[in-house]
Design a protein around this ligand. Sequence first.
Ligand SMILES: NC(=O)c1ccc[n+]([C@@H]2O[C@H](COP(=O)([O-])OP(=O)(O)OC[C@H]3O[C@@H](n4cnc5c(N)ncnc54)[C@H](O)[C@@H]3O)[C@@H](O)[C@H]2O)c1
Length: 260
Amino acid sequence: MDDFNALTRLDGKVAVVTGAASGIGRATALRLAAAGAAVLAADLDAAGAAATAAACVSAGGQAQATGGDIRDWSTGEAMAGAAVAELGGLDILVNCAGLFPSGAALDLDEGHWDQLLDVNLKGAMSLSQACARRMRDAGRGGAIVNIASIQGLRPRAGKAAYAASKAGLIALTQVLAQELAAHGVRVNALAPGPVLTEAAVEAGGSATGAATAAAYLARLPLGRFGSPEEIAVAVQFLASPAAAWITGATLAIDGGALLI
Ligand SMILES: NC(=O)c1ccc[n+]([C@@H]2O[C@H](COP(=O)([O-])OP(=O)(O)OC[C@H]3O[C@@H](n4cnc5c(N)ncnc54)[C@H](O)[C@@H]3O)[C@@H](O)[C@H]2O)c1
């Protein structure tokens, strides 16, 4: 049996990471670059993506950055094309870009719904299609990792658009896993629980939010929030040869939140 560390290396692979300017996407870009992949850090926030790519390079890795709005279907093509043109191939896609805000179903407006579904679900689909076509054509397989949420598995009140987008992303993962297996492309999802990123803190907000958070943490089996890096190591695993027989899976990384 090969050494586990060797099995999780990504040397010679090219990875596209969306949402790479901050939070989980940034940590994932850094992790994959540290594991040997050449990373295209992609984000609506082009300056943030460039800063992530620079951090990957200063840590000794290989990376480029690209800006783009994944609500536009053609952005998937542009990002996949940039990976091939600038980094010489495309083996891994991490769909991490996402928006949090949600609200009670009775108060939702159409713009809010479209915005969330367009980023969290349509964006992941267009990127997956563009990248998977290139993986198929190159004939060397690949891996797609979708960052869903426990809200996609156990939806809560007040999260209509967000939960629907993440449940949709999990369903998409399962469909693509079946369609792409013949091309050697594995497709999996992660379902993080509460991870301490700026976006998550903003979504939780105010003093009421802090009190709610303390009560929540008291019930959470592992008793603390997760870190972006704890999600990033799971992305590395699922993208690596160590996960060669895993496809269509959704792995909850949630401190036990689904058990509450
Ligand atoms: N933090 C958590 O607690 C948590 C829990 C479960 C799931 N998630 C998921 O993890 C992912 C990352 O979350 P995060 O906490 O790191 O948030 P974040 O806000 O730090 O990162 C999201 C990134 O997506 C980018 N983005 C937003 N709209 C975009 C668009 N139209 N085109 C391209 N990029 C766009 C943002 O610029 C940002 O850099 C999201 O999909 C989120 O739903 C987070």
